[in-house]
Each structure stands twice: as structure tokens, then as C-alpha cells.
Write a protein that binds this ligand. Structure first.
Ligand code: NAP
Length: 282
């Protein structure tokens, strides 16, 4: 079984490859998610990313229990949705997430999208810190924050922030945010690492994949892995592709190959930017 290396950030040991459980519409039932997550854990994934908003928490919890993998060996994350960032809402939503998952704590609790115009960030970050102090979250983080908001969150939160989760794949340049992440000693969890499938038909990556005897998805995920602080969290509902995405620890991309993939970044590369919710991206 593949052993996934860990990245250390502010006391957290985070497996360098995660497993996404974002759901597309209602295509995948909770029962199916239980089987999908159980299979991923049996293969060797140890970092599972969910969110209240995905409606996959119950399935993820079922999957964890069905897998037989001890809870302590799993790095489990969830997120508080942007509508619930008032202190009492955060407290209620954390309890709801733990209840959905049927676990006593999550390893990482994140703000899913910022909403500082509606709720002062200090109130939200204090509420997250309270959840940590109560033992309901081991570590705290944010998602979809720009550099300014990230620095505000760190300043306002009485407990350490260990990561920022953002979209990151070869079509989206994240140089500025990544420099800040490294300066601050955080992890950058890369969501949509495969560009939700857009990268899979890229001719440059396909060319590199051929020379390596690997698939396009494996080369893209390896590109993430070779960047310090970056942790990709690909999603796959398919057992074969779950195994494929895990099989990225036995080859290396050269500096030139890394550069060729970096050069694919383009101005319209961003996928997730909901109007009225997305911050001014860096
Ligand atoms: P993604 O992982 O880039 O792409 C998922 C898509 O790629 C699925 O359609 C999957 O299909 C396909 N796929 C996966 N592995 C493949 C392979 N080896 N070969 C061919 N196709 C493959 O996109 P994502 O699900 O949007 O992002 C990953 C995770 O990030 C989410 O699940 C969620 O946990 C998180 N996320 C967070 C946020 C946020 O706001 N914080 C936003 C978006 C996503 P199959 O299932 O059929 O394999």
C-alpha cells in the first residue's frame, strides 16, 4: 500500500495528497459516497476533504467506519459555509458537521468562503478558535481567501491557521499566493487539481505523460506534489482512477518539465469564482 508523505505546518502533519469529496449536483448518493470513501481509504488515502455544503459528510463518515481504518490515522477536514459565519452559527454548524460525520473531532476546520462584509472576520475566527479549544477541531484553516484576507485571518485568530485551500492547477497561476503561503509557513491545499477534468486533454501534459509512461492526471498531480507546501486533493468516484491518482510517488518531473507545465497558466484559467462570494483574487 502507498504510504503518503506528510507536510508539517504549525503543528499539523498533513498527508501530501488528499481525497476530494465535493459532489456534482445530486448524481452521487450518500450510500455511494460511503463506498467511494471506504475504497479510497483501503487504497491508502489518509486525508479526506469534505464540507457541510457538499452534503457528503454523512457518506464520508460511513466510509470511514466501513473502511476499518482507525480514525486516528485519518486527516479529516470539513468547512463552515459562508452563510453561517456568525459566532453562534459557526458553533451550531460545527456540531452539525460532527453529527453528520459521526466523529468527535475533525483534523482541520475551515471557513469555506470569506464573507467579511456581512460578518466581521474577527467574530468568525474567534468562533473557530472556540471550536478548537472545545476539542472539536484539531487545526484551523481557511478556503478561498486572498492574501490580504489570509493575513487578516491569521492576525485575528487566537489559534494558528495552518492552511489555505484554493483552486490550483496548471491553467491557474498562483505564484503570488504561494509565495505568501510559504512565507507564512502554511499548507496550500489545491482544489480542482485536475481543473475538473479540463487538464486531461492538454497536449503538453500528454506529451510529458507519454515520455514518463504515466497518465495525464498522474503528471498533473506530480506537478503539484513537487511544489513545496502544495497538497492536491483530487476527487474521483471511480476505483481505478482513485488508484491511478495515488500512484504518483514513483517518478519525478525534471525542472524543464515542471517549467513547461507552469507555462500553461492562462488568464481565463480559473473555474470557481462565484459572483458576490469570491474575493478579489491575487
Ligand atoms: P478535480 O479533482 O480537479 O476533478 C474531478 C474530476 O476529474 C471528476 O470529474 C473525476 O471524474 C475526474 N478525474 C479524477 N481523476 C481522474 C483521472 N485519473 N483520470 C480522468 N479523470 C479523472 O475537481 P474537484 O472535484 O472540483 O476538486 C477536488 C476537490 O476539491 C473537491 O472534490 C472538493 O473536495 C474540493 N473543492 C473545494 C472547493 C472550495 O471552495 N474549497 C471548491 C471545489 C472543490 P471521476 O469521478 O469519474 O473519476
Amino acid at each position: 500500500m502507498t504510504t503518503i508523505p506528510v507536510f508539517h505546518a504549525h503543528g499539523a502533519a498533513i498527508p501530501k495528497l488528499g481525497f476530494g469529496t465535493g459532489r456534482i449536483g445530486d448524481k452521487t448518493s450518500i450510500d455511494a459516497y460511503g463506498e467511494i470513501v471506504a475504497h479510497a481509504l483501503k487504497l491508502g488515502y489518509r486525508h479526506i476533504d469534505t464540507a457541510w455544503k457538499y452534503k457528503t459528510e454523512k457518506g464520508v463518515g460511513e466510509g470511514i467506519r466501513a473502511s476499518g481504518v482507525p480514525r486516528a490515522e485519518i486527516f479529516l477536514t470539513t468547512k463552515v459555509s459562508h452563510e453561517y459565519l456568525r459566532a453562534d452559527d459557526v458553533a451550531r454548524m460545527v456540531d452539525e458537521s460532527l453529527n453528520n460525520l459521526k466523529v468527535e473531532y475533525v483534523d482541520l476546520l475551515m471557513v469555506h468562503w470569506p464573507s467579511p462584509d456581512k460578518v466581521p472576520l474577527a467574530e468568525t475566527m474567534n468562533a473557530l478558535a472556540e471550536a478548537k479549544r472545545e476539542g472539536k477541531a484539531r487545526h484551523l484553516g481557511v478556503a478561498n481567501f486572498n492574501i490580504a484576507l489570509l493575513e487578516d485571518a491569521i492576525r485575528l485568530c487566537p489559534e494558528p491557521i495552518i492552511n489555505v485551500q484554493v483552486e490550483y492547477h496548471p491553467y491557474l497561476d498562483q505564484t503570488r499566493l504561494l509565495a505568501a503561503v510559504r512565507r507564512l509557513g502554511l499548507a496550500m491545499t489545491a482544489y480542482c487539481p485536475l481543473g475538473r477534468g479540463r487538464l486531461l486533454s492538454d497536449p503538453v501534459v500528454a506529451d510529458i505523460a507519454r515520455t514518463k509512461g504515466k497518465t495525464v492526471a498522474q503528471v498533473v498531480l506530480r506537478w503539484h506534489l513537487q511544489q513545496p507546501n502544495v497538497i492536491p486533493i483530487p476527487r474521483s468516484t471511480n476505483p481505478g482512477r482513485q488508484a491511478e491518482n495515488l500512484n504518483i510517488f514513483d517518478f519525478t518531473l525534471s525542472d524543464d518539465e515542471m517549467k513547461r507545465i507552469h507555462a500553461l497558466a492562462r488568464a481565463d484559467g480559473r473555474i470557481a469564482s462565484p459572483p458576490g462570494r469570491a474575493p478579489d483574487w491575487d
